[in-house]
Design a protein around this ligand. Structure first.
Ligand code: AMP
Ligand code: MG
Length: 473
């Protein structure tokens, strides 16, 4: 089997990456293969599932035409600057060009040490691999821009995390690209203006061909992020590590580390065990995105002409994030309560519902879904809190043509809830992947009620709640 590789990133100058083959593993076993995605990419799923295919997915046999490398990048982690990060546990095999001409990165995550590994072992364990597989595929089914999961394998090796041995695993990630804010920061921090020019042109050609100038590019990146973060907010998603190295310039969601969907709604919700100060709490995500975009903007300044006007134009472009985000947020949350064309006049109605949900510990997903079925009130500790809101809402709905359909399309029935992911991981560590596969199947049709998945629509019982999530490291 020859894969349709065309590795444009590997043709960039040497200082953009380190050539690095994956480090072979002892006994690879296929856990999951995304046959639909394989088809989309023009790859033969039967070959991928064969011993030769699994050897590739495990990093034991880099395929003909690949150009394995670890990408260089820097970044702000929790606001603190890191001059050099880079792919420390991921290897970019190359780019495949799909039958429709779309170009995708094929990356093995957990494929061994690279020059960027610092003290890390370059590996991943099964938990974060399954988590990223489930959540990124759920995102795709929800219609949210995201990297994808093509396959997951176990390595037959043990990875030590928090003093205990865990099964090693590798995820094959598919992405529009792996360019990050941190990719630009890496060169900006080194005053490498020629490299910035190269990467700016590369990003433009690959993702924003309509942009004529770096300023156009900045505006387009800002717009895509505004759209993306509004998507996250509308499904109650908390990324958890919105470091600048984890913001993809393609506008896809990337790096599902300690991410989580909220059960009970509260704007200050944080899951990540390492986010001690709540920097990346649910409600902070728009401001953090804008902060990251300001870092991106500052990298582009050397390419934007005389400094004074450049700073002014770049600042304006970054300030464009808030109104774009607000408009997108209103559109999405408007749809969630059945409004096809919400206007600013509707914002207080939506905000009032959210504030009552927070006070009354209402489940985010079930409350919105329950609006259409008359079951929302039951999600509130005091149903009166909902009943006090509903009459104004119903009066407003009288102007709408088909609110039921609008709501059914905007409010998923099933999201990857933390406790379900944890249960799937616990079973998988014991060698039982049935829960993982069932959850994956249920999340492939998130908007369709399905009696056979009714248990997965439930909120966690108090003893099932998972309040903390951990990084993949
Ligand atoms: P992340 O938490 O995925 O955003 O990763 C932050 C940085 O740490 C990146 O440079 C990763 O490549 C690196 N890193 C994370 N885990 C490991 C690991 N197990 N071995 C080597 N490097 C790692
Ligand atoms: Mg990362």
């Amino acid at each position: 089997m020859t894969l349709p590789f065309d590795n444009s990133y590997a043709r960039l100058p040497d200082r953009f990456f380190a050539r690095q083959d994956p480090v072979p593993v002892r006994a690879p076993t296929l856990i999951a293969l995304n046959r639909d995605l394989a088809g989309r990419l023009g790859l033969d799923p039967d070959w991928l599932a064969s011993p030769a295919g699994v050897a590739m997915l495990a990093g034991n046999a880099p395929p003909a035409g690949s150009a394995p490398l670890a990408m260089a990048y820097a970044g702000h982690q929790f606001g603190g600057w890191s001059h050099s990060l880079g792919d420390g546990r991921a290897i970019l095999l190359g780019e495949v060009v799909a039958p429709d001409g779309m170009r995708f990165d094929l990356q093995l995550k957990g494929a061994g040490q690279t020059p960027f590994s610092r003290r890390g072992d370059g590996r991943a364990w099964l938990g974060p691999v399954l988590r990223e597989y489930l959540v990124s595929e759920a995102f795709a089914a929800l219609g949210i821009p995201t990297t994808r999961a093509l396959a997951a394998v176990t390595t037959g090796e043990v990875v030590v995390r928090e003093a205990s041995g865990r099964p090693g695993a590798i995820l094959t990630r598919v992405a529009a690209s792996h360019l990050r804010v941190g990719t630009f920061q890496y060169f900006a921090a080194r005053d490498d203006v020629p490299a910035l020019e190269v990467i700016c042109n590369y990003l433009t050609e690959r993702h924003y061909p309509q942009a004529d100038t770096p300023l156009d590019l900045l505006r387009a990146v800002v717009a895509r992020q505004a759209d993306l973060i509004a998507h996250w907010m509308a499904v109650g998603f908390i990324h958890g590590v919105m470091n600048t190295d984890n913001m993809a310039l393609s506008g896809e969601t990337i790096d599902f580390g300690p991410c989580a969907f909220m059960d009970v709604y509260h704007p200050n919700t944080v899951f990540s065990s390492i986010d001690q100060y709540g920097r990346y709490a649910y409600a902070n995500q728009p401001q953090i995105a804008a902060w990251n975009l300001a870092q991106f903007a500052s990298c582009l300044l050397p390419l934007m002409g005389p400094e004074g006007p450049a700073i002014e134009a770049a600042t304006d472009a970054v300030h464009g994030f808030a109104p774009l985000f607000q408009a997108e947020w209103l559109r999405r949350f408007g749809a969630k309560i059945g409004l096809a064309n919400a206007t600013e006049a509707d914002r207080p109605l939506i905000e009032d519902l959210l504030s009552r949900m927070a006070t009354e510990r209402a489940d985010f997903t079930r409350t919105f879904r329950g609006l259409a079925t008359g079951q929302a009130a039951a999600e509130f500790i005091d149903p009166q809190a909902f009943e006090g809101w509903a009459p104004r809402w119903q009066a407003r709905l009288a102007d709408e043509f088909d609110p039921q359909t609008v709501m059914a399309r905007a409010n998923p029935v099933r999201i990857p809830r933390n406790h379900q992911i944890e249960a799937a991981i616990v079973a998988a560590v014991d060698g039982d992947f049935a829960r993982f596969h069932r959850l994956g199947a249920a999340l492939a049709t998130p908007f369709d009620p399905a009696p056979e998945f009714a248990d997965l629509e439930a909120a966690p019982r108090p003893e099932e709640r998972v309040e903390r999530t951990f990084c993949g490291t």
